[in-house]
Ligand binder design. Structure first.
Ligand SMILES: [Fe+2]
Length: 496
């Protein structure tokens, strides 16, 4: 059994060595071009407090480290599906953790930030983040997986000064629905009681929690934020994220006069002013005592918009952020904490783990439209079915057909041949989710699309096999080249 006091002390010790960073940017190396962005900011007299860099090739990350030797860097990981009960049994888990540690080391990262979300569950793959089941069992699994990853970072991820990066768990966005049996703040309280991780509170994600739970029908946004913050383990929040929100392209334009827009997380979109109001409310909360950094998440956003938004955020929030960060830093030093080993995860019994694996298999089938919306975690979702219906009928098909690689652009000749044979591309969505598949490699949505499309065409139009095979080979070759040189070439590689 894990002692939560011990876990809290472990966290405090890890936090103590993290210096305050102020207001920075969470960026992608390629989109927009990071070097161009940093230069433009410098020309305008702006210097981000730090940069949080999204996973890229190790070569590209090393180049970033060299290009900005004086700037503090942090790492936004991807692909460690810590919400999943069977992730540690995946043949690729060790390899993925190893690569992550290498990348952390390559930029001498302050921390590892990872979403509390997955893109793969029970043999089904998605293109964008799917939030966890908000249940007690699921929280225990998340905590155990985090402890394992933290231990790997402690062993292999030591920095020059002998300290190791801290695991920060980010509360994920909701995309039209949320499934579970316990409130979201309670879930994160359970996780932090069991694992010595910090948290990232993304203000836009928090907005989606209001929008896509029952809260928006019961209470005002202001009251929701207050109640949420009172319950959420705010004392573990080390970083705050701010990013854009927008209606998804598969949903269409909002109707005039619509009060509660169907916004979802959208990094390319402007940050709406309501999020800055929420940020003020969060920064003012007395439980926010571990804050080290605030980042605008700006990957895929035009450079001009980034510069404007960053300058405005610095003008409005610099002082407030400094004051909030100074709340915590003195206190821990007074506590005289000694170094502690990473907390040890609580072993979960096999039947509970299996139960959760089954729950996630049902989760994947429900949200992909293969199973009815039933089960204890789905009661609220079923009662207000518009959200999950939108996800199943618009969002998921868009993801499979267009997002992270539009099929008609990837396979122009094959798609024409399919039309001639009366095969409709939308059939590919049902094919994709027809049955669970064993993992054949580390998660890569683009390569997975190629692999599955080849199988689909081979089954539905065997005479087109030669054509699709040729297009697959070309795509794989181009993709390998891109990854080797560490430079972007095509829109299709955007799979975040
Ligand atoms: Fe975020």
């Amino acid at each position: 059994m894990v002692n939560s006091d011990f876990v809290q002390q472990d966290f405090q010790h890890r936090l103590m060595i993290l210096p305050p960073q102020g207001i920075g940017l969470s960026v992608d190396v390629y989109s927009p071009d990071l070097f161009e962005l940093v230069n433009t900011l410098r020309e305008r007299g702006l210097q981000p407090g730090y940069l949080e860099v999204f996973k890229a090739s190790t070569t590209a990350l090393t180049a970033v480290r060299r290009a900005v030797p004086d700037m503090a860097l942090a790492y936004h990981g991807e692909g460690l599906w810590i919400t999943q009960p069977d992730v540690q049994e995946s043949p690729f888990f060790q390899q993925d953790v190893g690569e992550m540690v290498t990348q952390l080391n390559s930029i001498q990262s302050l921390w590892l930030n990872h979403e509390c979300a997955t893109k793969q569950m029970a043999g089904y793959s998605f293109g964008t983040y799917v939030p966890p089941l908000y249940t007690q069992l699921s929280a225990e699994v998340v905590a155990a997986n985090i402890a394992t990853v933290q231990q790997a970072m402690d062993r292999q991820g030591r920095r020059a000064d002998g300290t190791a990066p801290l695991f920060l768990l980010e509360m994920p966005p909701l995309t039209y629905f949320s499934a579970g049996t316990i409130p979201i703040p309670h879930f994160f309280r359970l996780v932090t009681a069991l694992a010595p991780c910090g948290l990232v509170l993304d203000i836009g994600h928090l907005w989606t929690v209001y929008r896509y739970t029952t809260a928006c029908r019961r209470i005002s946004l202001d009251r929701f934020v207050q109640e949420f913050l009172d319950e959420f383990p705010l004392e573990r929040v080390v970083e705050i994220h701010m990013a854009g929100l927008a209606c998804h392209e598969s949903v269409g334009e909002p109707k005039a006069g619509e009060e509660l827009l169907e916004w979802i997380d959208a990094h390319a979109a402007p940050i709406p002013s309501i999020l800055f109001t929420m940020l003020e409310q969060v920064l003012a909360h007395p439980n926010l005592v571990s804050l080290r950094a605030v980042a605008l998440e700006v990957d895929t956003k035009p450079i001009e918009m980034i510069v404007e938004e960053y300058a405005a955020a610095v003008r409005r929030f610099s002082l407030l952020v400094q004051q909030t960060m100074s709340r915590g830093t003195g206190v821990e030093q007074l506590m005289g904490l000694r170094p502690r080993p990473a907390s040890v995860e609580k072993p979960m019994c096999q039947s509970h783990r299996q139960q959760l694996c089954d729950d996630y298999a049902r989760y994947a089938q429900i949200i992909s439209g293969q199973a009815p919306v039933t089960g204890p975690e789905w009661q609220d979702v079923a009662a207000e079915a518009t959200g999950v219906t939108r996800y199943r009928t618009s969002y998921v098909p868009h993801e499979i057909l267009h997002w992270g690689g539009d099929l008609t652009e990837m396979f122009p000749q094959t798609c024409r041949a399919l039309v001639e044979r009366g095969v409709c591309l939308t059939e590919f969505v049902a094919f994709w989710f027809r049955s669970p598949r064993p993992l054949t490699r580390s998660y890569d949505f683009f390569l997975l699309k190629i692999e599955r499309f080849l199988e689909f065409v081979t089954e539905r139009a065997p005479d087109v096999r030669g054509c699709v095979q040729q297009e697959c080979d070309m795509l794989r070759q181009a993709y390998a080249q891109v990854n080797e040189v560490g430079e972007p070439v095509m829109e299709m590689e955007r799979t975040r």
